[in-house]
Design a protein around this ligand. Structure first.
Ligand SMILES: [Zn+2]
Length: 311
């Protein structure tokens, strides 16, 4: 018998579920995806989660598979350790009992652990990714949003309400952009893919997507390049501020927009390195995530397989 965790990753555009073993390997054929989306009703979201989970669980019927629990990574905010979620970009779900929904789909009463998706990313980096030799780590996503999670001295930092690690809502000096959270100057409002594209358009660039921005910058368009540097500079400033507070060894960055330029990670590292005169801040290393697109699912499974880090 081999122990497997059901892993669920809930995001603003999709939900995925899969079975993941104790080495962080996704069982071939067990990964299933359904759409979510900002305009979905509460019932439609529940149906998407149910379908993805049930499809994944169909792979668990082989006799050598022992299902030992379910780990769920959710877009934030979440509600502490209750399993309830209120994802910013899924308006139909407010304080929704996602953990209970998934738990009821399991074939037996098994442990269900739900944490913010950023925490799962950080766990995956420490477990099987770019941070396996480090103890104080932040995992980050720069994509349609900006998220993260923090592990200090090898232990996950969950926080009072479950939402520690929301680096996308750290304010960055010099910026005043309005954020969806209600504040101004948040990293996500400055540096996310869509916000970076929007800024480039205010400067006269005429494309509409991150892919077009990447192509323009690659062809030497100065405005597109400036937009990318603006994003990376803001990410670096936020990382430096976070490291001043919690003294990070390493930050691993993934997410689609982190691939907008070949040197995006280098730009972020440079912004960290020149942030201040504090060596403990500027020596924080920034690396590309070593996780594939399976990273969020592997991280959700880590909530079960690496439970000692989460307790
Ligand atoms: Zn914000």
């Amino acid at each position: 018998m081999t122990d497997y965790a059901l892993a669920v990753d809930l995001g603003g555009t999709k939900v995925e579920a899969a079975l993941v073993d104790v080495t962080g390997r996704v069982l071939p054929g067990s990964r299933h995806r359904r759409t979510t989306g900002a305009t979905s009703t509460a019932e439609a979201l529940a149906a998407s989660v149910t379908e993805a989970v049930e499809s994944a669980l169909e792979s668990a019927t082989e006799p050598e598979i022992e299902l030992i629990g379910a780990g769920i990574g959710s877009a934030g905010p979440i509600a502490g350790r209750t399993g309830n979620v209120s994802p910013l970009n899924l308006a139909a779900w407010r304080d929704y009992p996602l953990g209970e929904l998934v738990g009821d789909l399991l074939p037996a009463a098994l442990p269900v652990t739900l944490r913010m998706d950023g925490i799962c990313i950080a766990l995956a980096e420490v477990w099987v990714g770019a941070a396996q030799t480090e103890s104080s780590v932040m995992g980050m996503i720069v994509s349609t949003g900006v998220g993260g999670g923090v592990i200090l001295d090898g232990r996950v930092i969950t926080g009072r309400s479950g939402n520690a690690g929301h680096i996308g809502h750290l304010q960055v000096a010099g910026f005043d952009d309005v954020c969806a959270c209600g504040a101004r100057g948040c990293l996500e409002a400055v540096a996310s893919g869509p916000r970076t594209v929007a800024w480039a358009r205010t400067q006269g660039w005429t494309g509409t997507t991150g892919e077009e921005l990447a192509a323009s910058a690659g062809q030497g368009d100065a405005t597109a390049r400036a937009a990318i540097e603006r994003s990376a500079g803001a990410v670096g400033a936020a990382i430096a501020s976070a490291s001043a507070l919690v003294d990070l060894d390493l930050v691993a960055i993934g997410g689609g927009f982190s691939h907008v330029a070949d040197d995006y990670i280098d730009l972020v590292q440079a912004a960290v390195a020149h942030h201040s005169d504090f060596a403990f801040v500027t020596s924080t290393r920034v690396v590309a995530s070593a996780l594939s697109g399976e990273g969020p699912l592997i991280g959700a499974a880590a909530l079960i397989h690496q439970a000692e880090r989460v307790a």
